[in-house]
Design a protein around this ligand. Sequence first.
Ligand code: ZN
Length: 351
Amino acid sequence: MDNYEDRLKSALINQHKKWFDHNTRSLRPEHAQEINCPVCDLAAHKLYFQKDWFKFVKCSECGMVFLNPRLNEKATYDFYNSEWTAIYNERKFDAVPRTIKLDDIINETNLNLLENFADKRTDGNRGNLLEIGTGSGFFIRKAVEHGYNAYGVELNYNNCMKVKDLLGDNIINADLYSARFSARMFDVIYMRDVFEHVPDPKRMLYEMNRIANDGCVIYIEVPNIEGLIYKIVKEKHVCVFGFEHLNYWSPQSLARILGTCGFEVAEIKHESLDFTLSRLLAHFCEASFTSIEPVHYPAIVKLLARFVSLGFSLPLLSTIDKRLTPLIADSMRRGSVIKTIARKTGDILLI
Ligand SMILES: [Zn+2]
């Protein structure tokens, strides 16, 4: 099978077969783990939605949405070394991404956003910046250009090698805990598209608190489950992905967990690049690449959605759609993605 999309789908179906019992349509016990709410630690929750037999629940106390039961730690890390991940990385990291220009613009925007909050030293050095999950290294290269003394932790060895020339020993092929950074070492800590994957978010924030300098600025970018697009397409969204995404944050749940871990939210920006009429219609035509089951809409709905979406392939309509429709979600503070800036308020002493 040569086609990239077909290989990706086939690998996902094979992985699903390994993890799930097809009689009970639930995770096999050896791969599963029941948890309490990762934010408030209470057990009471209600089913929010299901996708590909994964169950997503909403905490009855704080409203946090999370996968439960979820894959245990071994299964979670196994997936990062799975056939599906290897195929996915062919385009995400290993090839020159088609989105490199867009990525550059986003990284520049995010650095400018950070600089509204981070203090610049008199010697021109912006201090120590840590990126958790450096990926292809585009952000950290820009951070060095902006005058930061940059460090990175990254689980994928090949990705580490991509920034070795720039960072030397400052790029560490390990998780945050194994890197064992000194206390109060960093002035800025940055993570984009990472926090939704983290099995124990409080443990990570406690470690970030320990290595954060007084007044350290942290940046966390995650999908917003309270975003307008999730309210409309629900579990059909590409980011609702039980294989990898354990936690589904909102401005409220993120602010709450940050508050309990020694940080205070300074600003939350909303961004909705995927909230366009054209993309909304696509959800009614076919399943996303992170789903193994086809969408269940009547043929007439699919046909109508395809017909209308043809109109949005016209250049003028497409441009208007991409420029204006996202503003609706952002202005309602219901963006697809939230970029959260928070500041360290004090040390958390763990007993
Ligand atoms: Zn809760």
